[in-house]
Design a protein around this ligand. Structure first.
Ligand code: 1CP
Length: 357
């Protein structure tokens, strides 16, 4: 239900540091959470995942709830992110895929022709009862800590479907895009519908915000992004506007795309470590005519560089984040599996203390 809805007064969760910053309103401190905060860097995650595949873990509410809560308990982060994966909605509609340990999503029959599209249809709530169950339980357990729901954006999910697995250059995806634009747009349009339906289930079950991950969009030129990707991501954001929850958008290496990704309809634009936040705000303002809240952008590699290297970076990022109407501190990409949980905890405390108002 929208925050601005006349029939509902703001809750304590609405007044949390995360949701205030996401709406560009002043709050008690700069909120902080980490992409991939749940996962292999946590010993309690490795222990609970022992003997259970990634796919199965994502379909068991007991595990989803516990794994989502682990980093919240350990670090006191300002938001939880739903434990799942961007390929889970595809799995839910019957696409034959696996999540291979140490590799990532692997698709048995990559999309090559229009016939292959029939497998890709929007999720119905009845396909994913475990998502609604997990979100509802989590919202109950999280108290005033907001839960971020998420989905993969059409381009990034298409990349796994077309390549058949992780890819560095996304060459087959680009070949399809340019070689058969009709098939590309049909695929991306279906994936937009998949993301809309999957995010709607999470929001209707109580998620306070959503993040659309277009992790690999930075592989594209601005021209290709504008023609082949932006309309499909824009469809996702437009469809979710009715819910009134903040919509975050993120990709790696998207310095040249920040304006276009903002224009797609994001309320908060995620920034990796390559562009300083104040410069990111300028690029977003230039494209959208107005500055927007930003999220980021500590280089994950620095987590192993020692506190003397990390602390000045935190100071710099907090200072540059002042250029935005709201700043959510995060890494520039996900937590590496080798990250030391003690260091992450120290980053959380430092961000919250240094920015306390
Ligand atoms: O066995 C394991 O532990 C598998 C590792 C793993 C985990 C922990 C995968 C496989 N996915 C996840 C969970 C996950 N995936 C989360 C929730 C955890 C959290 O953030 O705390 C989220 C938000 C994702 C989203 C995701 N999956 C993205 C977008 C975010 C990003 O990191 O850019 C992408 C690109 C994926 C695909 C994927 N799934 C898994 C891996 C290793 C990958 C990347 C593969 C590649 O390099 O292409």
């Amino acid at each position: 239900m929208p925050f601005t809805s006349p029939d509902r007064s703001p809750t304590a969760t609405d007044r949390s540091a995360f949701l205030l910053a996401a709406r560009g309103e002043p709050g008690p401190h700069t909120p902080v959470w980490f992409m991939r905060q749940a996962g292999r860097s946590l010993p309690e995650y490795r222990a609970i995942r022992e003997g259970t595949t990634m796919l199965e873990s994502c379909m068991r509410p007991d595990l989803v709830v516990e794994i989502t809560l682990q980093p919240v308990r350990r670090y006191g982060v300002d938001a939880a992110i739903f434990f799942s994966d961007i390929v889970m909605p595809l799995k839910a509609v019957g696409v034959d895929l696996e999540i291979k340990p140490g590799v990532g999503p692997v698709v048995a029959s990559p999309v090559r022709s229009a016939d292959d599209l029939t497998a890709v249809r929007p999720v119905e709530p009845s396909d994913v009862p475990y998502i609604a169950d997990s979100v509802k339980q989590l919202v109950g357990e999280l108290g005033t800590t907001p839960l971020i729901g998420f989905a993969g954006a059409p381009f990034t999910v298409a990349s796994y479907l077309v390549e058949g697995g992780p890819s560095k250059d996304h060459a087959k995806t680009k070949a399809l895009m340019h070689g058969d634009p009709k098939l590309w747009h049909a695929l991306a349009d279906r994936l937009a519908d998949v993301a809309i339906a999957y995010l709607a289930v999470q929001i209707e079950s109580g998620a306070s915000a959503i993040q659309l991950f277009d992790s690999w969009a930075g592989a594209l030129s601005p021209r290709d992004y504008a023609e082949y990707v932006q309309p499909h991501s824009a469809k996702v954001f437009a469809a979710l506007e009715q819910y009134g929850v903040p919509r975050l958008h993120f990709g790696v290496n998207t310095g040249e795309l920040l304006g276009l990704m903002s224009e797609a309809g994001a309320d908060v634009v995620g920034v990796d470590w390559r562009v300083p936040l104040d410069e990111a705000v300028r690029r977003i303002s230039a494209a959208s005519g107005t500055p927007k809240p930003v999220q980021g952008n500590l280089d994950p590699a620095l987590l192993s560089a020692g506190w003397e290297a990390i602390e000045p970076e935190i100071d710099r990022i907090l200072a540059e984040g002042q250029a935005a109407p709201g700043h959510i501190f995060n890494l520039g990409h996900g937590v590496p599996p080798t990250a030391d949980p003690e260091v992450l905890h120290r980053v959380v405390r430092a961000v919250q203390q240094k920015s306390a108002r």
